[in-house]
Design a protein around this ligand. Structure first.
Ligand code: AMP
Length: 370
């Protein structure tokens, strides 16, 4: 069941975006193409999204006066990162529609709540345990066995706030290094590959999934995404069903990404959900050049109360992130035929910082199967 969504933007209306990174920037560019304006809210004066919008709000997320002014200047509010503080979301939601509904954030900001939610839907995850002390960590290790992955419940990204526990490791040392008493222990999954589904759900409850993407990480940071993933049609259909079930359960409006492990087993590979991102996602960047509509445009359409576009992939697509000083190779990439270059306009190429990405599309003569 889908609740009635009152948002119905008209060209010229303004979308408020919380967060000023590359995702906000690409959302704003997609909105502009549809004749919509954006006001980007970010505490960082160097936000790459500020460069492409007419109106920017540079203020802290706890600045009530700035939030009130921002809300008064926009018609609907969305976000490009999942760690929007709950107080910020509450202040804004009292004044303007916030999409996706901030209730989604409460679940996806907390790995324990997220895994409980996914399991309640009958979807597999790695076995896990709530860990709040050295003693509960020891009990969790005894129950789940080693190796296992210890993760902070909140604010983890790109492998930060997590460590693999192996047989010889000292639990005392790992626990004190983690620096929080709010964690989760997961069984280590010897996965065959990592995939994600980027799905859009419209205000009318219709869901459009992009083709399943296969992701490779380097130093815990996404390096390449390929579509389609090298999995069977049957498994791909299961992956899309999982993403759709999650989007429906949230009564979601917008784009979300569901990261999954493909796990080998005696009766063939199966899927486990690792994480939900309630936003456009790095593994969906290939859609900018490799699909009939991008994840960014789908998100804007959904939160505007506009129809989603049907999704078709143009061929075999590979997206590679330019991380840190890899940005220095932009000239070589620009000179390479068949490559599309996206640079995020970020100043300093710090190690591990996503500075841009490139896409290569190998088109096929025969039309793509949905
Ligand atoms: P996450 O922060 O949960 O997205 O995890 C980052 C990366 O760590 C994942 O993309 C996996 O490569 C790896 N990872 C996370 N959880 C597990 C697990 N339970 N078993 C094996 N690898 C994992």
């Amino acid at each position: 069941m889908t609740s009635l969504n009152p948002v119905k933007l008209r060209p010229g209306d303004t979308i408020g975006i919380l967060g000023g990174g590359q995702l906000g920037r690409m959302l704003a560019l997609a909105a502009a193409r549809l004749g919509l304006r954006c006001n980007v809210y970010s505490p960082d004066p160097d936000s790459p999204a500020f460069d492409v919008v007419q109106r920017a709000t540079c203020a802290e997320y706890a600045d009530v006066a700035a939030l009130e002014l921002f809300a008064s200047e926009v018609d609907v509010i969305t976000y490009e990162f999942e760690n929007v503080p709950s107080g910020t979301a509450m202040i804004l939601a009292a004044r303007r529609p916030v999409l996706p509904d901030p209730a989604v954030l409460q679940t996806t900001q907390d790995r324990l709540a997220e895994k409980d939610f996914v399991r309640r839907l009958g979807i597999a995850t790695a076995d896990y345990a709530d860990v709040s002390s050295l003693e509960t960590l020891q009990q969790a290790v005894a129950r789940l066995g080693l190796p296992a992955v210890l993760k902070t419940r909140r604010f983890g990204y790109d492998g930060k706030g997590q460590s693999i526990i192996r047989d010889a490791d000292s639990l005392e040392a790992l626990w004190s290094e983690l620096g929080t008493n709010s964690a989760i222990l997961e069984k280590f999954i010897p996965f065959e590959r990592e995939i994600s589904v980027v799905a859009a759900r419209g205000a009318d409850g219709r869901v459009e999934c992009f083709d399943v993407t296969e992701n490779e990480h380097r130093d815990h940071i996404l390096k390449t995404s390929r579509a389609p993933a090298r999995i069977s049609d049957e498994l791909a259909a299961q992956a899309r069903t999982i993403a759709t079930t999650i989007a429906d359960a949230f009564d979601y409006v917008g784009v979300l990404a569901v990261e999954m492990f493909v796990v080998p087993g005696p009766s063939g590979p199966s899927l486990m959900v690792n994480e939900i991102a309630p936003r456009v996602h790095n593994s969906g960047h290939w859609t900018l050049d490799g699909a009939s509509v991008s994840q960014f445009e789908q998100h804007i359409r959904a939160i505007a109360g506009w129809p989603l576009a049907p999704v078709h992939r143009h061929g075999e697509v590979a997206m590679t992130n330019l991380i840190g000083n890899e940005i220095d190779d932009y000239g070589a990439w620009l000179a390479k035929p068949g490559v599309t270059v996206h640079l995020y306009g970020k100043g300093i190429a710090r190690e591990g910082r996503k500075m841009g990405h490139i896409t290569e599309v190998k088109t096929r003569s025969r039309s793509q199967k949905r």
